[in-house]
Design a protein around this ligand. Sequence first.
Ligand SMILES: [Zn+2]
Length: 295
Amino acid sequence: MTRPTALHPVPDDAEARRAIPPVICYPTETLPDPDLQTRTTRRAHMHKIDEVIIPPRTAGCFEVPAGGVFRIASIEGPQVGDLNLWNRHDLSERFYSGKTRALHGTHVTTGHRLWSSFPNLRPMATILSDTLDWYGIDAHGGSVHDVIGTRCDPYTHRLLSGETYHYCCHSNLTRALAGFTGLSRAEAEPLVHDVMNVFMCTGFTRDTGQYFMKASPVRPGDHIEFFAEIDLLGALSACPGGDCSATHSSDAAACHPLLVEVFAGAPGHWEHAPRNGYDRSHGPVSRDQAAGNAA
Ligand SMILES: [Zn+2]
């Protein structure tokens, strides 16, 4: 089943209602300027402090100090990566793909930021460079680096196929986080969250609105760099879908490793991005409730 057939009559003014022009939900003109110039200048003074190679169908963790940079690179062949980010000192603060999508759109590139969960809602990372920025939006409505695709996982796979597969990104990220932190897998799993799909080419079909994927345009040598706005713990899964041209949640696709490199050491302290300024009081009770008349 794709989109169910409508059961209700079309009103006389249906076309007029459909013709109303859209309004952008979150105009971004008032977002704090990411100041790429300052970050790029700082980047020029960094050196590599760590690297992690993520073998196919596994995930690995890495730490990035605030004011540092991490780079995800394709090294042997087209490969998609599923990225999770946490505040290194508080794993309850994590990447919020839904709000990042609402602010920046379905796919992210240079100058966009990865925002953290409530009540923090602050930039965790700023995309500093992206060798696939030339791709834009293709004729199918597809683009690269999506913040829509959640992550491949064994539950949806079981739901759709009845089968068990242990090397979906969700499980890879769970194993990696547990191994890195010493948490049990049961403790680590709820900390795994909706990802940024690095290098993945996706969109929504115009006719049914369904999520689609197509072969990633990434090639060895391509990379994307993120400037860390706070101390970060990252985890990256080399998706079992490989370039995500056909299948995922199985061992069928050709898969390649991904390289994560961490850079730091620029002179001078980098101030953490401030947490969101909302006071969290959520307003006074309604007048009815205050008067004791609540139903
Ligand atoms: Zn995956």
